[in-house]
Write a protein that binds this ligand. Structure first.
Ligand SMILES: Nc1nc2c(ncn2[C@@H]2O[C@H](COP(=O)(O)OP(=O)(O)OP(=O)(O)O)[C@@H](O)[C@H]2O)c(=O)[nH]1
Ligand SMILES: [Mg+2]
Ligand SMILES: [Zn+2]
Length: 276
């Protein structure tokens, strides 16, 4: 019998599909592979419940390549301030990928307990800037705020390996008991503890735990980036199509030079453009 459902977990080529209140372990048809479409967690599908085969993928509202997931409302970008060290380059890249898919980003800082007084002050200043330009910023201690922000939504945890994604999920629901492990002191980064994407029901939200990464590729049109920098909006430049690089009378560059735009934000913008 053909049914509709949603993929909630993928482990190699085994797809766990939820339909009604039942769970089905399905395979995908060879056809998908030939078409180069891979089913994703979060995907709405038509499947043959008798033979346990996924037959058809429904249209996606949005999708991320990394972590691989579809149809999410918000992304909690898990950003460690230490162990692994804070990477604003990675954070700005993640924000672009998420915004480009019309997914609401929530920046969640972790490991603030490892900061000394001076570092804490610096981090506060940096993230006051992100708040000022409109991003939601919380820490993994603000569980109450986090729960309120994600109520009723499907959200994905994304971020560097070892940043604390699974640890946060365990805090939200102790029964999950997900594997976590300390970062490698030698490499200064995580050890890829989580190996698959899986959606969990946590209170009134659906949250996906995902494998972390240490680097991320931008795959968008070069000229799209400036539209995804909220602080560039409404800034006056001499040329309407200004790219804010070498143009004369560029308002964005002025704001970077006088410190109104965070140095690293603008410098990452230049880097991202040149990488594409
Ligand atoms: N001090 C401190 N340690 C933390 C915090 N959050 C997580 N950790 C530790 O960081 C390590 C890595 O945490 P994980 O939850 O496994 O990280 P992850 O993001 O799920 O990593 P991957 O599954 O590899 O992507 C564990 O040893 C956690 O105990 C925090 O807020 N403070
Ligand atoms: Mg994990
Ligand atoms: Zn400009």
């Amino acid at each position: 019998m053909n049914r509709e459902g949603k993929i909630i977990k993928i482990i190699s080529n085994l797809y766990t599909v939820e339909s009604g209140d039942k769970i089905y372990e399905c395979r995908a048809r060879g056809k998908f592979r030939n078409d180069k479409v891979t089913p994703l967690v979060g995907e709405f599908v038509v499947f043959d419940s008798y033979n346990a085969y996924i037959l058809e993928l429904k249209d996606r509202k949005n999708e991320l390549k990394r972590p691989p997931i579809a149809n999410v409302d918000a992304a909690i970008i898990i950003t460690s301030v230490k162990k692994p060290d804070l990477s604003l380059n990675l954070l700005d890249k993640e924000l672009l990928c998420v915004l480009n898919e019309n997914i609401e980003p929530i920046i969640c800082l972790t490991k603030c307990d490892l900061l000394n007084k001076k570092e804490r002050k610096d981090i506060k200043n940096i993230f006051n800037y992100y708040k000022k330009i409109g991003f939601k910023v919380i820490t993994n201690k603000n569980l109450f705020t986090l729960k309120r922000l994600i109520m009723g939504k499907t959200v994905v945890l994304t971020g560097q390996t070892g940043a604390g994604k699974s640890t946060l999920l365990n805090k939200l629901d102790k029964k999950l008991n997900l594997n976590t492990s300390p970062i490698s002191e030698a490499l200064g980064r995580g050890v890829h503890t989580t190996r698959h994407v899986e959606l969990f029901k946590v209170g009134k939200a659906l949250i996906a735990d995902t494998p972390g990464f240490s680097a991320l590729d931008l795959t968008m049109d070069k000229d799209k980036i400036k539209e995804l920098y909220p602080e560039f909006k409404g800034v006056k430049c001499k040329y309407d199509d200004c790219n804010h690089i070498n143009e004369k009378a560029c308002g964005v560059k002025e704001k970077y030079e006088n410190g109104t735009i965070l140095k690293s934000r603008y410098e990452n913008y230049v880097k991202f453009r040149s990488e594409l």
